[in-house]
Design a protein around this ligand. Sequence first.
Ligand code: KG4
Ligand code: ZN
Length: 351
Amino acid sequence: MEKAKSLRILAIESSCDESAAAVLDASQGLLAHEIFTQAELHRVFGGVVPELASRDHVRRLLPLVRAVLERSATAPQQLGGVAYTAGPGLVGALLTGAALARSLAYAWGLPAVGVHHLEGHLLAALLEPESPPFPHVALLVSGGHTLLVEAVAIGRYRVLGQTRDDAAGEAFDKIAKLLGLPYPGGPQLARLADEGSRGESSPGAFVFPRPMLDRPGLEFSFSGLKTAVLHAVRGRVLTDALKRDVARAVQEAIVDTLASKALRALDATGLEALVVCGGVGANRMLRERLALEVRSRGGRVYYPRLEFCTDNAAMIAVAGLARLKSGEHDDLGIRVRAQWPLESLQPILNP
Ligand code: KG4
Ligand code: ZN
């Protein structure tokens, strides 16, 4: 008797300034993935220029698709579906990936499924050898979102709290820009802060507010932090030493806030497993602090590896595979969304 073929899919991510493709096999796992970051392209503008992002995705995506198919020795006939990021994100950028993915699926006679970018981030830790149990609490911290989520099962998410204004990554990026650090600022600010913590700065030179930590609940607010930094450095020469001091204090304020609220969410739900995901999930201090504190309470933290914290197509493949397996697929009318509430997602019937 012929063995049943395992489902293998192609996935495409293009929601912001990373173009990415991946091939995932239901039984063999991740077979190939590629990311092209457009950071260089946007650097002179100090932030992502949506029109340039779309134009570059158009240039990059097909070669990335070819590369992951070749690397995984996958012919289109071996694929069982195509997944793509359908939102939230920059509409023009999303459309490039969606149009390409949908067209390839049409040409190859395959189903296609539009994936929620944040569901991708939430499921990225499933790519690791030790994947998190369900239910768990997830701290999803990216450039556009800061959310605490109860992940009940694949496809079933309850938002416990979110930011009222800026996302944590956005705060990192805006403050980095204010300090004159090159784009993308978040990782640069973190690097400078780590230098500061290694003794190259004066501890306690600055202490910035921990927004909303003094109030009950699981909401965040990071917009005031930028104003606090602005006041603190006004009229001062931005020397390297000053930048290190500020970066260190900013990182401490953001990490303290995120970690304290994540622990509060574990208390509120009675759950022991915490997943930390999204671009800011790559932050060394946040990872170390949470690992330590959650372990000391008898719980456990799960992280995607660093390259799967920031935007990538492997995580889109995980979410897409779950949805395709449950029979979900899109019609030929391509639909992408700038905004897309996580809780409005269709539950997955048989994940
Ligand atoms: O998930 P992601 O790649 O894109 C979005 O979906 O937004 O997250 C990007 C964000 C940026 O704001 C970036 O500054 C931040 O993640 N980020 C970091 C670090 N690496 C990336 N923030 C703090 N420390 C890091 N090491
Ligand atoms: Zn993202």
